[in-house]
Design a protein. Structure first.
Length: 214
């Protein structure tokens, strides 16, 4: 199981909410926001109180928005343990990639486990091309960083905010379709596994993969 925050606004979604690539629970939202700023991120929305805690929105170089939150009314360990941790998928312009990595790694204290400047473009719907793919692991989970030479991405790539590892992609897609989801792309068969991009009702888009493919 994984934690998914779902927001249902009674008004049009106020900017910049809805633009976040992910959200991270922290022990102190204000302190974490200051740490992000010290690491080179911008504070888009200053720390504010909500009915059950505190939130803020930060932006890493390259335009990557992230919400930070701390809910004071929750029990110390309110969520079930994850069987797999979804990847955070981010699309970063080529010219801001170094600045993004410097800031992101400084804040998350993460480390790069894969840096492939010539990854197979078929993985992101562009066969016959290559792109820059970087995988990062940290206490905030795993992140897949995607950057192309010209900044173009074929639909629906760039819309998905996460990558979910499952035991069997074919079975998962059948289950997703049965519950109203739409397969936007794939399934792609690559070295070590399969991948697809799925949109669930409400507009949530995610990549789903099995095997060693991420």
């Amino acid at each position: 199981m994984a934690l998914l925050s779902v927001f249902d606004f009674t008004t049009p979604v106020p900017y910049p909410f809805g633009q976040e690539r992910t959200g991270w629970g922290v022990t102190d939202t204000a302190a974490a926001t200051r740490q992000a700023q010290a690491a080179g991120a911008s504070s888009l929305v200053a720390t504010f109180a909500d009915p059950i805690g505190h939130d803020s929105v930060i932006q890493f170089p390259g335009g990557i928005d992230t919400q930070l939150w701390h809910e004071t009314t929750l029990s110390p360990d309110p969520f079930p343990a994850l069987t797999t941790v979804p990847d955070n998928r981010v699309y970063v312009p080529r010219d801001t990639l170094p600045a993004f990595l410097k800031s992101y790694l400084a804040f998350t204290k993460g480390r790069v486990v894969l840096d492939d400047p010539h990854a197979d473009g078929a993985q992101i719907g562009a066969p016959g091309t290559t792109y820059h793919r970087i995988s990062i692991t940290s206490a905030y989970g795993d992140t897949v960083v995607i950057s192309t030479k010209d900044g173009y991405f074929n639909h629906p790539f760039g819309d998905e905010v996460s990558g979910i590892d499952v035991p069997d992609l074919t079975a998962t897609l059948a289950k997703a379709r049965a519950h109203g989801a739409t397969v936007l792309w794939g399934p792609y068969t690559g070295r070590g596994g399969h991948s697809a991009v799925v949109r669930f009702p409400g507009g949530f888009v995610t990549e789903i993969h099995d095997g060693a493919l991420r």
